[in-house]
Design a protein around this ligand. Structure first.
Ligand SMILES: C[S@@+](CC[C@H](N)C(=O)[O-])C[C@H]1O[C@@H](n2cnc3c(N)ncnc32)[C@H](O)[C@@H]1O
Length: 226
């Protein structure tokens, strides 16, 4: 599915969020670079926007790795990288499964990802794999769509997400199935406090979260226990 939607993926993100996804990525990137990491892994990097946001925000030397299992997504990321006016720090893209990363233990300072978690069937296995590649004390930071905490607004968001998004997918890019899957994938996904509890239960420490986009997305962060 991700191979198929890759060519129109960025366009649809901008349409669905009215451009706000760039603001959210910048906010996550600032949070990432605040800890002055030397190696950042953007998991399920897609077309690379979070990797590039990290590169732009980095002030100290940093290696940025973007990993995804979709070849077409990675090709687009590489093409965008080649067109960027500035290459302040290296960004390297690699193909790999988020559940079996081609990286050694304790080799990364920050593992981040945007809009991946809803697509995973085994969150615990994913958290374990992130903890494996993180160095002790390293940070895990994830941006994901969530259930808005204010009930009235949540209902309005669900109406938009469940009805308008599949229609936009059908009319604008002819991928109704993928953009029907998108709201469906949120239905069984835990809300922000429950996701935080799952991260704690899987062994992460100092788990915190904040809402962005009027509570439609959440940024969770946690430390790998030293
Ligand atoms: C919704 S897109 C998010 C892309 C990007 N992170 C962003 O912010 O736009 C989900 C991405 O996760 C990738 N993906 C899903 N499951 C994966 C897995 N198990 N391993 C690696 N990549 C995965 C897909 O190929 C796709 O590029």
């Amino acid at each position: 599915m991700f191979d198929t939607i890759a060519p129109t993926y960025d366009f649809m993100n901008t349409v669905m969020t009215a451009g706000a996804h760039h603001v959210w990525r910048r906010s996550v990137a600032r949070q990432i670079v605040a800890g002055e990491p030397r190696v950042v892994l953007d998991l399920a990097c897609g077309t690379g926007d979070l990797s590039f946001a990290v590169m732009r925000e980095c002030m100290s030397p940093c290696i940025i790795l973007g990993a995804d299992f979709s070849g077409p997504m990675l090709h687009l990321a590489q093409a965008k990288h080649a067109r960027l006016p500035e290459h302040r720090f290296p960004v390297t893209f690699l193909q790999g499964n988020a559940l079996a990363l081609p990286l050694p233990d304790a080799s990364v300072d920050v593992v981040t990802n945007a809009f991946l978690l809803r697509n995973l069937v085994d969150l615990d296995a994913f958290f374990r794999e992130c903890a494996r590649v993180l160095r002790p004390g390293g940070r895990f930071i994830t941006l994901e769509i969530t259930h808005p905490p204010v009930p009235g607004f949540r209902r309005a968001f669900e109406l938009y997400f469940n009805n308008a998004v599949p229609l936009l997918g059908k009319l604008l890019v002819r991928h109704q199935e993928a953009y029907t899957y998108l709201p469906t994938s949120l239905q069984s996904f835990p809300n922000a406090p429950t996701l935080a509890a799952a991260m704690r239960a899987s062994g992460f420490d100092q788990v915190i979260y904040r809402y962005l986009g009027l509570g439609t997305v959440a940024v969770h962060s946690a430390n790998k226990v030293i």
